[in-house]
Design a protein around this ligand. Structure first.
Ligand code: 5AD
Ligand code: SF4
Length: 449
């Protein structure tokens, strides 16, 4: 009997990497690899990496170091790195880490089977790192199935053309391409047929979907088409660049009932001077104007954001502008990051006199303000009956289900398994930092959501 081979895959970073990892899993299953629960049991360990900040990148080296001793115990163990660090560091990784077997970049996931066979059969270490042209990349867009899932990410764009001055993404993911709308809609129809009820359309900047592609739908039109697919009950999208958030797209929140009441709209800074240095393409006032318009069209909408603290040259006054904008928008959540210089980006050339201590102190101040705001939002939900899309059995234990509100908050509650995939009203009884606890309502319609 042939013993099945096992893989252990670790995924870091954003939703684009999550989708890439799903494709990696599909390819590995096609090569008769089964998933392992622990790296110790694997014949193949792969890291799908993130290079957005130095900390994310250092993690890769840390994890590889931890796997090194496993190679001594299991001499046939294959170790590989894919994703954004692989793309940026390339062959240097193979040079620096003698026990690493293969490296594949963001445009070369499809080459993984070849690379693997080279290691397995010929014991040859290898890499696949070239960028492909638009036509090749469009051909390589993977068509995925829904499996057991209730919610799914669906890729609509890949890459980014914005070149925000701090950001490595355009360098490691390449130029933006929009996937043909016919293909996207076919995939969503198939997902719906296999039981998926919620789709999140993803890309580095979904708002510029179709721009520059003759005859292609705008992102707003694409959303309207998704709204027309019967078994899909909820639609989300991320990430939105504020400069490309058109009136047409904002109006979708007025006309499309399936669009959830949440938008992630990264502002990065509240200071016009810093926004200019970041090459973001909007002012504070233009951003606030988008927010006001969103709230006019969909009063229940909640916003979240990404904010970078300590961008080179950020003065106390610039930072105060970020704090005041955070309070003014009243975000439900923010993801804040201390600026991390990335090689190859424009911002590394800017004069930078801030110390690590100053950056950390600002980061802590922002966090404290947001914690209060987020708590107030959570408390608004306490006692309400909210509509929850049930996604599966909760990690909390037996008889517990979990799902999400339209605002993307996780809710745990007791209920039968056959509710998975349905929208149900849940009475929110406890609000915690990261999730809500609730009770299924059996005889009442939801009051919100
Ligand atoms: N330093 C800190 N944060 C960064 N981000 C992107 N590049 C950097 C960097 N060099 C943040 C931005 C982006 C999020 C995904 O990561 O806020 O929206
Ligand atoms: Fe990076 Fe800016 Fe593109 Fe977002 S829009 S991926 S921050 S370059």
């Amino acid at each position: 009997m042939i013993m099945p081979k096992h893989f252990f895959l670790e995924t870091f970073g954003c939703q684009m990497n999550v989708v890439d990892s799903e494709q990696i899993v599909d390819l590995l299953r096609g090569m008769d690899y089964a998933p392992a629960d622990r790296p110790e049991d694997a014949d193949l360990i792969l890291l799908n990496t993130c290079a957005i900040r130095d900390k994310a990148e250092r993690k890769v080296y840390g994890h590889l170091g931890r796997y090194k001793p496993l190679k001594a115990v299991r001499p046939g163990l294959i170790l590989g790195v894919g994703g954004c660090v692989a793309q940026q560091q390339g062959e240097k990784l193979l040079k620096d880490i003698p026990y690493l077997d293969l490296v594949f970049g963001t445009h070369n996931i499809h080459r993984l089977p070849d690379l693997l066979r080279d290691v397995e059969i010929r014991h040859r270490r290898g890499h696949a790192l070239e960028f492909h042209d638009r036509e090749t990349r469009l051909r390589l867009f993977p068509q995925r199935s829904g499996g057991e899932a209730v919610t799914r990410f669906v890729t609509v764009t890949q890459g980014c053309d914005n070149f925000c001055s701090y950001c490595v993404v355009p360098l490691v993911r390449g130029r933006e391409i929009s996937r043909p709308s016919g293909e996207i809609l076919d995939e969503i129809r198939q997902l719906a047929a296999s039981g998926v009820r919620e789709v999140t359309l993803i890309g580095q900047n979904v708002n510029s979907y179709g721009v520059g592609v003759p005859g292609e739908l705008s992102f707003a039109r694409l959303l309207a088409e998704v709204e027309g697919i019967d078994d899909i009950v909820r639609i989300r999208f991320t990430t939105s660049h504020p400069k490309d958030l058109s009136d047409e797209l904002i109006d979708c929140f007025g006309s499309l009932k399936k669009l959830c009441n949440h938008i992630h709209l990264p502002v990065q800074s509240g200071s016009d001077r810093i926004l200019r240095l970041m090459n973001r393409g909007y002012t504070r006032e233009q951003y606030l104007d988008r927010v006001r318009r969103l709230r006019r069209v969909r009063p229940e909408i909640r916003l979240s954001s990404d904010i970078i603290v300590g961008f080179p040259g950020e003065s106390e006054e610039d930072f105060a502008d970020t704090l005041s904008l955070t309070e003014e928008v009243n975000y439900v959540d923010i993801y804040s990051f201390i600026y991390s210089p990335r090689s190859g980006t424009a911002a590394v050339k800017l004069e930078d006199s801030l110390t690590a201590g100053e950056r950390q102190a600002r980061f802590d101040r922002l966090l404290k303000i947001q914690e209060d705001i987020s708590r107030q939002w959570r408390e608004r939900d306490a006692g309400a009956i909210l509509e929850v899309l049930v996604e599966g059995e909760s990690r909390q234990g037996q008889g517990q289900l979990f799902g999400r509100t339209t605002w993307n908050r996780i809710v745990n509650f007791a209920g039968p398994r056959d509710l998975i995939g349905s929208l149900v009203p849940v009475h929110i009884t406890q609000v915690y930092r990261n999730s809500h606890l609730g009770c299924l309502v059996t005889d009442q319609a939801p009051s919100h959501g």
